[in-house]
Design a protein around this ligand. Structure first.
Ligand SMILES: *Cc1c(COP(=O)(O)O)cnc(C)c1O
Length: 360
């Protein structure tokens, strides 16, 4: 039997049908309809946040956050999914990369500070909570004050993560979520921005509906980035099961860590944060060892993926890159193992045995 890297949550069809019938009854299919409103308030409550704006996908959520906060020159991480950086470049924002911390694999605040001292035009830092592991949010708060810059977090992996009991989404000026089918919680395609300030939330809400305001007046350039009622219905159904999903996936994550701690390197997790089991990253010594592990896994019908490789500064060579050697080193050895909602503990043990075989 194959062990898949990932398997999207399958929304309960009966529950989903009930919601879709409501949509037909109301005749309201998109544009901030009743299900959209319901999902917004349920997510705000579930995650412990305010000013959550649903958006049609995570990439547009990033772009809307950049536009709302007037990002013109950004410093970002080279170790993330490609959309973190490509969304900046797509929008014509000056983009620079600085290095990650070699233990957490997150953007390093002190290295970012060095770059800010050299490159004073930067007005925003865009950092990813890689694999859901929170960045050093306190250090970035400091950095934001010292240099008078904004902080935007790509929190696409960080659904349900808290730091000292506080949602990680409440740090920085805005945090962006992705609700793509492959993510831990999904609406098929979808995403959200959580803004610190209500004024920015209001501005962004107009922006994602062509810039049309509540009086039907157009004052700003906008785009269409609305989440529709069918997507909201999937979200409402999936949200009912999220406590179980998070518990199950973190159990699998802990089982992996226990089985592999002595065998491979695993990123250091933030000490005051919970885990959500969004991903199971391991770092092998180098590309050779990774290739050996991949071959063993492949022949046992176990999927794996090089999240994240190559380092993004190697793709976007026209952007500025300040020493990114940790990112290069980590991306040469990184491998993500299967971890999803329908995976069993027994399957985790099978994967562990095969990783051990490959490492030898
Ligand atoms: C998935 C992901 C995105 C993009 O989200 P979409 O909803 O697929 O557009 C952005 N950043 C990170 C880190 C992601 O993992």
């Amino acid at each position: 039997m194959a062990i898949n890297l990932n398997q999207p949550i399958k929304p309960d069809i009966k529950q989903l049908t009930k919601y879709l019938e409501q949509v037909n009854d109301s005749g309201w299919y998109t544009n901030f309809g009743p299900l959209h409103q319901k999902l917004t308030s349920r997510l705000e409550e579930y995650l412990g946040v305010k000013n959550l704006l649903l958006v049609s996908n995570g990439t547009l959520a990033l772009q809307v956050a950049y536009k709302t906060l007037n990002v013109t020159d950004a410093l970002t991480t080279p170790f993330s999914f490609v959309a973190t950086a490509s969304s900046l470049i797509w929008q014509g924002i000056e983009t620079s990369f600085s290095d990650i911390d070699e233990k957490s694999y997150n953007l390093c605040p002190s290295k970012a500070a060095d770059v800010l001292a050299l490159h004073s035009e930067v007005n925003t830092v865009v950092a990813t909570h890689v694999y859901g592991n929170p960045c050093d949010v306190i250090a970035f708060d400091e950095l934001s004050k010292q240099h008078n810059i904004k902080i935007i977090y790509d929190a696409a992996h960080a659904f349900g993560i808290k730091v000292n009991g506080e949602s990680v989404l409440n740090f920085g000026d805005a945090s962006v979520l992705s609700f793509h089918a492959t993510k831990i919680f999904h609406t098929v395609e979808g995403g959200a921005v959580v803004f610190k300030d209500k004024v920015n939330f209001d501005k962004a809400k107009e922006m994602i509906n062509f810039g049309i305001n509540h009086d039907q007046v157009i004052l700003n350039v906008g785009i269409n980035a609305k989440l529709n009622e069918y997507q909201a219905a999937v979200g409402l159904v999936n949200l009912d099961g999220m406590d179980n999903v998070l518990e199950h996936r973190s159990n699998l994550f802990h089982a992996y860590c226990k089985g592999l701690a002595e065998v491979v390197e695993i990123p250091y997790w933030h000490r005051q944060a919970n885990v959500n089991g969004a991903y199971m990253p391991i770092k092998l010594k180098d590309n050779h060892q990774r290739e050996r592990v991949r071959r063993v896994l492949n022949s046992a019908n176990i999927q794996c993926r090089q999240y994240f490789s190559p380092s993004l500064d190697q793709i976007f060579v026209d952007s500025y890159s300040y020493s990114t050697e940790n990112s290069h080193m980590i991306s040469e050895g990184i491998l993500c193992l299967p971890l999803h909602t329908y995976m069993t503990l027994e399957e985790v043990f099978v994967v562990i045995e095969n990783v051990k075989k490959g490492v030898k």
